[in-house]
Design a protein. Structure first.
Length: 162
């Protein structure tokens, strides 16, 4: 097992131990033994990501100590395959108005290499489409775009996001 796998295993053991009694502080030294040196970086990692509440302190003669720890709601959500309530609360719904979709399609047609007469006919057809047809066209366009996902992934990695 490599170092990353060991660290992941330690973090998961800590979260599961704390999740057994959510809301109550747990002495991790009682659960895992007195030798916590190897766990301290992982406890800091979990704390810094807001998954546990714990204080880590240093002794004057060297070494480190920890207070009893508690799992946070983010930690509990992390353990749930569904992401828990946090995943439900953090859902973002994006709605595009039919006119916005229509304008995006028209812009793509105008930017195409087709002849001007073909572009003009397509633009006129797009302008005449009812909202329901624009919606179905957008679904089909998205379906076609997803078929070329490797290109989309490359674009997402190189596109400037500001």
């Amino acid at each position: 097992m490599d170092a990353d796998q060991i660290a992941d295993e330690i973090r998961l053991k800590v979260l599961n131990a704390l999740n057994a009694t959510p809301g109550k502080p747990v002495s991790l030294t009682d659960v895992f033994g007195e030798d916590m040196d190897e766990m301290i970086p992982e406890l800091e990692y979990l704390r810094d990501h807001g998954l546990i509440e714990i204080q880590i302190y240093g002794y004057m003669e060297g070494g480190q100590g920890i207070t009893p720890a508690k799992i946070t709601t983010a930690g509990r959500d992390f353990l749930r395959k569904s992401g828990g309530i946090g995943a439900e609360l953090n859902v973002v719904t994006v709605r595009l108005h039919e006119d916005t979709i229509r304008q995006l399609l028209i812009a793509r047609v105008r930017e195409s290499d087709a002849e001007d007469t073909v572009k003009g006919n397509l633009v006129d057809q797009l302008k005449a489409l009812p909202a329901e047809a624009v919606s179905k066209l957008a679904e089909r366009a998205l379906d076609q775009a997803l078929r070329y996902m490797p290109n989309a992934i490359q674009w997402l990695q190189t596109a400037p996001w500001s």
